[in-house]
Design a binder for this molecule. Sequence first.
Ligand SMILES: [Zn+2]
Ligand SMILES: [Zn+2]
Length: 439
Amino acid sequence: HVVKLGGWVEWRLAMQLLEMELMEARTLLPDPANEFDRNVPRICGVCGDKATGFHFNAMTCEGCKGFFRRSMKRKAMFTCPFNSDCKITKDNRRHCQACRLKRCVDIGMMKEFILTDEEVQRKREMITKRKEEEALKESMKPKLSEEQQRVIDILLEAHRKTYDPTYSDFTQFRVSSSSKRITRSSSVLTHGSSSEDSSDTFNCSLECVENRMFSNMALNEDSDRSPPMDINLSHLSMLPHLADLVSYSIQKVIGFAKMIPGFRDLTAEDQIALLKSSAIEIIMLRSNESFSLEDMAWSCGGNEFKYQIDDVTQAGHNLELLEPLVKFQVSLKKLNLHVEEHVLLMGICILSPDRPGLQDTSLVESLQDRLSEVLQTYILCKHPPPGNRLLYAKMIQKLADLRSLNEEHSKQYRCLSFKPEHSMQLTPLVLEVFGNEIS
Ligand SMILES: [Zn+2]
Ligand SMILES: [Zn+2]
């Protein structure tokens, strides 16, 4: 806005005024820290009265401030009727103007700090102008419209109704006999760590935990290939439990999707196409809420429902999926999304117009666009720096990550469900959504 003021002279004046304004501001609103630094007692350097702050470069009272300004403006010449060494006090300060003014100059008061009438006028105009500019800036700032806020509220409510942070329903899932415990304790013996051994886990750095988990998985994988020592590994001991967990989650994802504004306007076929292709991605997204960076596991209440990578390997998945999945969970967790952003991202993911089998792609696209706009506006006005930096782009990148996770999951699911002894452990809903190779 320097250029707008017009030319070099205007700029010089503006800078000068700004500087003076700063000084004036300092005298008007004494900055406690600043005055503490200067270590000046709050008494007038001229007359000893109570000072109100720095005026024209010295700590003075209001009386001496006005006296100095008036004297300078009048270019007054005073003569001391005594010996030019009057001691100025609060009570006698009116008696000798000459010595009072001399005292003013002696303690550092400077006429250069006084604004001329023209400068005062300019300064007022500058302040008004700046206030107007600020008001304009404020009015230009993106704001969530009432409609956009309504969309967010609906999604928050949909999430609240379909995501139980107490995980109390998990007790209804099939229990994987005692095999889970046996395998767990065997891993304690082999690697000297377990989910129960929390002190060890907490003392260990995140990276160390991560590495140890991956080496655990590699070991499990090896033992999967070689004749298994633990018979439970070949039985996929965690499969029934995790199949129930996934089946339950699919139900919740469907419930969430149905509440997304516009979703129910789609044909039943398109709703199904969207749900079938996005369900696993939404399950991965929403599971981030239970994922903890401290122990690199999904903690859904107590040790009983704490899922580590080797638990998922015992449900038939391998590192090809689990390593990128954990990396995804870690990086998503580190985005520290607001719950508003989390639910919007799920909505955007479900309403992807490029899913296979979709008929009315343009309607889905327009619904997704609307959510993307809400998300971008939300980040602009509600997500403070530095977390907001490139946040939207990073979130969209997460959607791309989910696509490849989805692909890998499908691949592994096909292998798994191809074996009747495994597919019979799945639920009808899982078979319907992820596909049934047998039938
Ligand atoms: Zn004074
Ligand atoms: Zn005097």
